[in-house]
Design a protein around this ligand. Structure first.
Ligand code: ADP
Ligand code: ZN
Length: 759
């Protein structure tokens, strides 16, 4: 028996400190010999709780005088759970983001492991063809014949796979676009059956038995693609690449080819994508191409499915994992590549809790695994562009559309010169209105973007001026006609649409501003025969609904599609020839220093939806400020995205804004306004009592733009530094001050390093 001292981080508590416990192990072992236990879970007595879940951070050899007073930790796992690379990345994340380590582990672990469940491999649900299915299907006639495309697709997938693996996981069927009702229907007809997988620790490499990693050859690469693939494949050890390729230039094809080379070396690949891009088309490309297990992690999975995916990956049964931001924390033995697609996408930064950016932690993980990281985008973030300019990243360019499609024409419409038509009241000027008519007559499709859902923006009483606002937030309520409600888009508070003003009791309520619902109504009346589809969070609640609607659009049932940014990326509609951006002006005059960068990204991404196939496409951008420099350069002068955003850099440099300076918010909130404010005031006084690290400045305690949200009052201090190091020194001091002074009950405190949105 040996006694060690384990330093542990408590998973379910917001504590900046870690704590020592006694750990009793069988056999004689030193701390150094037990390094494999780092990242293992333990149960420890803490405060009033007799068994709190914690993760071992480090181990020391037994020191007699200390251990007598130390309480004992009970080991739950035989080894660390997450592999050294994920474990060390989490440690790095806690340091970089100044976030409590235990809470970082909380983010990194699936729910079942946070609850203390065993991490033994679990059985998963598989689907397979019933033995008599082929014969029965052949004989089927008339009514008994299967006509549902989804059911047919599943049957064909299962007969194809029958030669190899005999069965596919239920989650894979869903990823590949088979909705749950189609699965149930085939189960009911006894054509397929559900079986539990065997518990089998065979890794994907062993399963391949030296066979080919690919099922299907890809197209011959163009020279730009071929160079990119070669360059990444020949990287020695870790290197970060910025794959800058216009929409449709074949970036995904490049990822597939690099992954092929990685798999051939017996290594695994991790692909991170924004939630919005996780479509069956994406998965299908991977499943069709590769002869290895492809797993996925995203919000449409149940907790149990996420856990199973995690375990499969951990035991080396997944060769490729495709997932959203948090998939980054999944262990993958022998990881040989990380790809982040649409690397500029803001969904890679977590907005609450452990506020990490997947790009930052992926880079650390790739460094630890000594493997390449590929960041791909048609509109890279300025942070990444600057790192490529400085040589920290290697830039690879794809400058042509791969399928031979021509880039779309862009047209800027000056709304001030358009007549005040009926359409103008919901943002559709005459030029755009006519263009929609012309394209739909030709049988083409039109996409319209407006990043505002609902019917009208606000409701105001004409008699007394009362504006309807949320009782829980400093936010005005949006009018929804279809559901007849007023709703808060921050906290989802709803009330039924009133007819009289509750203040003055007059019935003169006026709606102002417009959203997607109103645009849809106008277009349905204006073009009654062509079919109008609306895609936003009100019409689409989950992935299956989104997919069902997208499928309708692809089949050409609707010629006009109105949507929010849900529609802006990742989706390929070959018949779209016209894209209209209804309102770009709010992004031009914002007080967020990144708004011009975001606007350039939005226009470029949205434009990428037009003319994807062989039909010529064009884009109409409407603005009341057509002489704005950004619009002028991007649209009239047809400047590319890259030179355009590079021209935004001198101002950033002058003002020491990111990517030249570093920023962080020290944030507090509470239901008690004074308590939230007082906490930050005390912290600020403490920090400024001594001299600040060189090059660091602190703002006063400020209210967030929307101070009250979800009934809590939000305040912040903006900390700016010349560089990351000086800012980190200041944040260390802040954490120490908070550790010493404590956080009053009811107050929440957090640090947001490299915030993406100005609050
Ligand atoms: P991106 O990810 O940059 O938007 P994709 O990889 O999806 O681009 O490619 C766009 C389209 O071009 C896809 O339909 C893809 O199959 C096709 N494509 C990509 N590379 C080639 C190539 N070398 N030859 C022919 N078609 C290609
Ligand atoms: Zn609200």
């Amino acid at each position: 028996m040996s006694v060690l001292i384990a330093n542990v981080a408590l998973v379910n508590r917001p504590l900046f400190d870690t704590y020592d416990y006694r750990l009793i192990l069988k056999g004689r072992k030193s701390a150094a010999e037990c390094a494999y236990l780092k990242g293992a879970r333990v149960l420890v007595p803490f405060g009033k709780s007799i068994s709190s879940l914690a993760v071992i951070v480090s181990l020391k050899d037994h020191a007699l005088q200390q251990s007598a007073t130390l309480k004992e930790a009970k080991l739950l796992d035989e080894t660390g759970l997450m592999g050294e690379d994920v474990f060390e990345s989490v440690l790095f994340g806690a340091r970089y983001y100044h976030y409590p380590l235990g809470q970082c582990f909380f983010t990194a672990l699936p729910l079942a492991l946070r609850e203390g469940k065993s991490c033994e491999l679990a059985r998963v649900d598989l689907l397979m063809l019933c033995e008599d299915a082929p014969a029965r299907l052949q004989k089927a006639t008339g009514k008994t014949r299967i006509k549902s495309p989804a059911q047919l697709k599943l049957l064909s997938l299962l007969s194809e796979e029958a030669a190899g693996t005999l069965a596919i996981p239920v989650t894979e069927a869903r990823d590949r676009g088979i909705p749950p009702h189609a699965i149930t229907a085939l189960l009911d007809k006894k054509l397929i059956r559900r079986v539990k997988s065997e518990i089998d620790y065979t890794t994907w490499q062993e399963g391949l038995k030296g066979g080919s990693v690919i099922k299907e050859q890809g197209p011959a690469l163009n020279p730009g693609q071929a160079y990119a693939v070669e360059r990444v494949a020949s990287a020695r050890g870790h290197e970060t690449f910025l794959l800058y390729g216009i929409t449709g230039s074949g970036k995904t094809e490049v990822y597939l080819r690099i992954i092929e080379k990685v798999l051939e070396k017996g290594k695994a690949a991790l692909v991170l994508v924004p939630e919005i891009a996780l479509t069956p088309q994406t998965f299908e490309r991977f499943h069709r191409r590769f002869n290895v297990p492809v797993a996925s992690l995203h919000s449409a999975l149940s907790d149990r499915e996420r856990f199973e995916t995690y375990l499969n990956a951990r035991y080396g049964k997944s060769a490729i994992l495709i997932g959203t931001r948090s998939a980054l924390f999944t262990p993958l033995p022998g990881l040989g590549l990380i790809v982040i697609d649409e690397e500029h996408d803001s969904s890679f930064k977590q907005g609450d809790g452990f506020r990490y950016h997947a790009r930052v932690l992926a880079r650390e993980r790739a460094r630890l695994c000594n493997c390449p990281l590929v960041l791909g985008s048609a509109t890279p973030a300025l942070e990444s562009i600057v790192k490529a300019e400085s040589g920290e990243y290697t830039r690879l360019d794809l400058t042509e559309r791969a399928g031979g499609a021509a880039p779309p024409h862009l047209k800027l419409i000056d709304l001030t010169t358009e007549p005040l038509s009926q359409g103008m009241f919901c943002g559709i000027g005459t030029t755009l209105e006519n263009a929609i008519g012309e394209e739909t007559v030709k049988g083409n499709q039109v996409l319209l973007f407006l990043n505002r859902r609902g019917y009208s923006r606000h409701l105001v009483c004409h008699s007394c001026g009362n504006i309807f606002s949320c009782p829980h937030c400093d936010n005005l309520l949006t009018v929804h006609h279809e559901e007849r409600v007023l709703s808060c888009h921050i906290c989802e508070y709803r009330e039924s649409l009133p007819h009289i003003c509750p203040v003055c009791h007059h019935a003169e309520l006026v709606e102002t501003g417009f959203g997607t619902e109103q645009v849809e109504e106008f277009l349905k009346n204006r073009y009654p025969d062509v079919g109008v589809e609306r895609i936003d969070r009100d019409t689409v609640k989950n992935r299956d609904e989104l997919e069902a609607r997208l499928e309708k659009i692809r089949r050409g049932q609707s010629q006009i599609v109105v949507g929010t940014q849900m529609l802006a990326k990742g989706h390929d509609f070959p018949d779209v020839t016209l894209v209209g951006i209804i309102d770009i002006d709010s992004g031009l005059y914002s007080d967020d220093f990144r708004s011009l960068e975001y606007t350039a990204q939005l226009i470029t991404q949205v434009a990428g939806r037009a003319g994807r196939a062989l039909k010529e496409g064009y884009v109409i951008v409407q603005s009341h400020h057509p002489d704005h420099e950004l619009l002028y350069n991007l649209i009239e002068r047809r400047s590319d995205y890259l030179p355009l955003v590079l021209s935004l850099l001198p101002l950033r440099q002058q003002l020491k804004l990111p990517p030249y300076g570093a920023q962080a918010f020290l944030e507090s909130n509470s239901e008690d306004r004074d308590a939230a404010h007082a906490f930050l005031s005390t912290l600020l006084t403490g920090l400024t009592r001594e001299s600040l690290p060189q090059g660091v400045t602190l703002s006063p305690v400020l209210s967030d733009k929307m101070e009250k949200r979800h009934n809590r009052f939000h305040f912040h201090i903006l900390a700016s530094g010349d560089n990351e190091t000086s800012l980190a020194a200041l944040l260390d001091k802040a954490v120490n001050a908070v550790k010493k002074g404590g956080i009053p009950a009811g107050v929440r405190f957090a640090i947001d390093v490299d915030p993406l949105l100005m609050i």
